[in-house]
Design a protein around this ligand. Structure first.
Ligand code: DOR
Ligand code: ZN
Length: 346
């Protein structure tokens, strides 16, 4: 198969930032994706319905005119979040999810949740109105090894939340371990997991062997190869519990190529080409549509897009710029480390 046409894909976990970075990266996603779940970890974060409405307007203003792209807005859960504000923002169709960052887990997460009892009224309201909770699934205690933080989160935070708030619809985002895959697979229809493009491609050796590669550093950090294999199997299985959330997370190069570099891989421009390569290598091109275009809308109770995207394989390796320009400094694209022969037909 040298060509594949799928319903236009959506990205169920995306960082667009703000200001100059937003202007640089929003058009990159809108080229191939119809919709995206927009992460709210700005400084200050997107906490209220009013914050989300203003941010959505800034996103739309950053796109070329007549671009058909719908940002799906997300509120950042804090211990002060007002359940009624969340319900109102959901009722108007503005807000599609609420994001739980355990305080300190990752970039701009200091306003996140420390005491889960404080957010119980919001979570109960969300269960009542069917609004999904997106979770960054890592514990943050200093004594827990960074490679164990996801597995520990499932046991000590995620499973207890799910048991204590039945009916809450939860997405475990950017799963990086077999533990995460197994947990999601064992749950019912109110639980899903997103997988990033880069975690399907790199393991921790890519990050650390032969010199530290700051552009492969992200959170949750890439794990050992057996975990990567579990992610690839989940993504290519077609199982409706799993769908694409790129976690494309741009930072200017100076912030990554540093003695204390930021977490995040920038994959928005070439994600669909990389995925076509990964799925083809598994003999699973037939399930790419489920992963990138169908399972996400089904979970979010939205229609599958009625436009399409065509990918074509040629003898010529695909080329993309090493970096894109941004007024804050250049942003390096994720390098898969192998040639890719898939192209998006525009
Ligand atoms: O690698 C990451 N980058 N993981 C996150 O959870 C946050 C993101 C960012 O905002 O840069
Ligand atoms: Zn993210």
């Amino acid at each position: 198969m040298n060509q594949i046409t799928i319903p236009r894909p959506d990205d169920w976990h995306l960082h667009l930032r703000d200001g100059a970075m937003l202007n640089a990266v929003a058009p990159q996603t809108a080229r191939h994706f119809a919709r995206a779940i927009i992460m709210p970890n700005l400084v200050p974060p997107v906490v209220t319905g009013a914050d989300a409405a203003a941010y959505r307007d800034r996103i739309l203003a950053a796109l070329p005119q007549d671009t058909a792209f719908e940002p799906l807005m997300v509120l950042y859960l804090t211990e002060q979040t007002d359940p009624e504000d969340v319900a109102r923002a959901h009722a108007t169709g503005l807000v599609r999810a609420v994001k739980l960052y355990p305080a300190g887990a990752t970039t701009n997460s200091s306003s996140g949740v420390r005491d889960f009892d404080k957010v119980r009224p919001v979570l109960e309201k969300m269960a009542e109105i069917g609004l999904p909770l997106c979770v960054h699934g890592e514990v943050t205690s200093a004594e827990v090894d960074i490679f164990d933080r996801e597995a520990r989160f499932i046991e000590t935070v995620l499973d207890p939340i799910r048991r204590s708030i039945p009916g809450l619809r939860v997405i475990m985002e950017h799963i990086t371990t077999k533990d995460g895959v197994d947990y999601v697979m064992a749950q019912g229809d109110d639980m899903a997991g997103t997988l990033t493009t880069h975690h399907l491609i790199i393991n921790r050796n890519h990050l650390l062997v032969g010199g530290i590669k700051p552009h492969y550093y992200c959170l949750p950090v890439a794990k050992r190869e057996s975990h990567r294999r579990a992610l690839v199997e989940a993504a290519t299985s077609g199982n409706p519990h799993f769908f694409l959330g790129t976690d494309s997370a741009p930072h200017p190069d100076h912030a990554k190529e540093s003695a204390c570099g930021c977490a995040g891989c920038f994959t928005a421009p070439h994600t669909m080409q990389l995925l076509a390569h990964v799925f083809e290598a598994e003999g699973a091109l037939g399930t790419l549509s489920k992963f990138a275009s169908e399972n996400g809308p089904a979970f979010y109770k939205l229609p599958v897009n009625d436009t399409t995207l065509t990918l074509e394989k040629t003898d010529t390796p695909a080329r993309w710029p090493e970096k894109i320009d941004c007024a804050d400094g250049p942003v390096t694209l994720f390098d898969p480390g192998f040639p890719v022969y898939w192209h998006v037909k525009d």
